[in-house]
Design a protein around this ligand. Structure first.
Ligand code: IMP
Length: 424
């Protein structure tokens, strides 16, 4: 098998966890390249449900190697509680889980800073997941960050903590003396993870390159979605990392020539969690049906997701940036009850028809979506595993999507379980 990348093509929550889990069966190694504990990948195996945030979903396959690249920001407290939870559920990770030595750490003060900043933003808040992601990436870019490898120089580590608390004094002074002292202690206490981290650290880029050259195949696991990308997303209402395919190279140290296919995970409708523009958002009625049938609540924060119709302006853009080779379409069954299904083919703004994405927030916030209506199938597709068993109108919906995006549909998910899947 060639090396595959799995990326979200919308605002995240497309159902990457399940698809990664399925494709892991065909790979030797799963490597995560971006984001942090803000992600929430849900995988259902039999009657058991796993929600993974930092650990690649591939860990659920006992014989696969999983790696976290330098592009991921790691909250060690969170990581080890996730690993311990997996162990309790009989998923062994020792000897098959690696973390990059130059990944940056999410420190306790990042979470405190983010909370204070979001409060200060008031109405303009981003609606982050509260996992300290923005401040951690900001420190990385500003060259103030602390990497995994820095844990092994305790003097340097302590200096970096002191320095970071000092340069963030403007914000942190809003905390009481006791809170500040406790934050400092918690931050210095991160050193206690050295013993647990030591057996896991690796030069992940070198490891992957050597494995690929020996004929092993890698599944590159993305997090979030293209419209949350720091460069290509709906800035500033986005996350702080590269969620698109380029993140494989910068977030793992893997050459682009080693990437084979790019699998675009696309939900059969659109959702987003947190603030920011969403042209095809439905306020009630349709949104309630999608949310209820699709269980659209954030896997990380539990927040209700905003829901709406499929948007081809956004999809065409994210397919172009990612160079999607095949589509994995998820949650088709959620649309089962609709008599009509709308799809957005353009935006109308100030009398003009726009068919290409724009980074201009005002346009995205104030445009009116231009819809085409397709016939709904009004039959259950839940759990269908063969294409030929789908209702004709559902087949037509899939065909429409593939034609519009000039990309073949390869996988269709018809339920949360591993086997509720059609392979085309
Ligand atoms: P942050 O990544 O926590 O800084 O949050 C920034 C924005 O990205 C917020 O709107 C979050 O709701 C959104 N976001 C971050 N991670 C995910 C995800 O895994 N799924 C969906 N939205 C996400």
């Amino acid at each position: 098998m060639s090396n595959r990348v799995v990326v979200g093509t919308q605002w995240g929550d497309e159902g990457k966890g399940k698809i990664v889990d399925i494709l892991t069966g065909e790979a030797d190694i799963v490597a995560r390249f971006s984001g942090g504990a803000n992600a929430g990948h849900t995988v259902v195996i039999g009657d058991e449900k796993f929600i993974l945030h930092l650990v690649p979903s591939g860990i659920l396959h006992q014989n696969k190697i999983c790696a976290i690249g330098n592009g991921v920001v790691i909250d060690l407290e969170h990581l080890f509680s996730e690993l311990e939870e997996l162990e309790k559920r009989r998923i062994k990770y020792r000897g098959r889980f690696l973390i990059s030595r130059n990944a940056h750490l999410v420190m306790p003060y990042h979470k405190a800073i983010e909370k204070l900043e979001e409060e200060a933003r008031g109405k303009g808040k981003i609606g982050s997941t509260g996992r300290g992601i923005g401040p951690a990436y900001r420190d990385k870019i500003a060259r103030e960050g602390i990497r995994v490898i820095d844990l092994f120089d305790s003097e340097l580590f302590k200096q970096r903590v002191e320095w970071n608390l000092k340069i963030n004094d403007n914000l942190l002074r809003k905390l009481s003396k006791t809170e500040l002292a406790s934050l400092k202690k918690k931050s210095l206490d991160i050193l206690k993870f050295i013993r647990k981290v030591k057996p896991l650290i690796a030069d992940v880029g070198l490891y992957l390159d050597q494995a690929i050259r020996k004929g092993k195949s890698v599944l590159f696991e993305g997090a979030q979605g293209a419209l949350l990308d720091i460069d290509f997303g709906t800035y500033p209402y986005c996350t702080s990392s590269t969620t698109t395919v380029g993140g494989v190279c910068t977030g793992l140290g893997v050459s682009p020539v080693l990437i084979g296919e790019v699998i675009g995970i696309t939900k059969a409708y659109t959702t987003r969690v947190g603030n920011g523009p969403f042209p095809t958002e439905e306020k009630a009625g349709v949104c309630d049906i999608l949310r209820e049938r699709g269980n659209e609540f954030g896997a990380t924060t539990g927040r209700p997701r905003r829901c709406g119709w499929l948007d081809f302006v956004l999809l065409k853009y994210s397919f172009r940036i990612n160079g999607i080779s095949k589509i994995a379409l998820t949650k088709l069954d959620v649309l089962d009850s609709f008599e009509k299904i709308k799809v957005c083919v353009g935006y109308r703004y100030k009398g003009k028809l726009l068919t290409e994405f724009t980074p201009d927030l005002r346009t995205l916030e104030n445009c009116k979506p231009v819809y085409q209506e397709l016939a709904g199938w009004q039959k259950s597709t839940k759990g269908i595993t063969e294409f030929k068993r789908l209702p004709d109108k559902a087949k037509r919906y899939l065909d429409y999507i593939a034609k519009k995006l000039k990309t073949p549909i390869w996988i269709v998910s018809t339920g949360t379980k591993r086997d509720q899947t059609i392979r085309l």
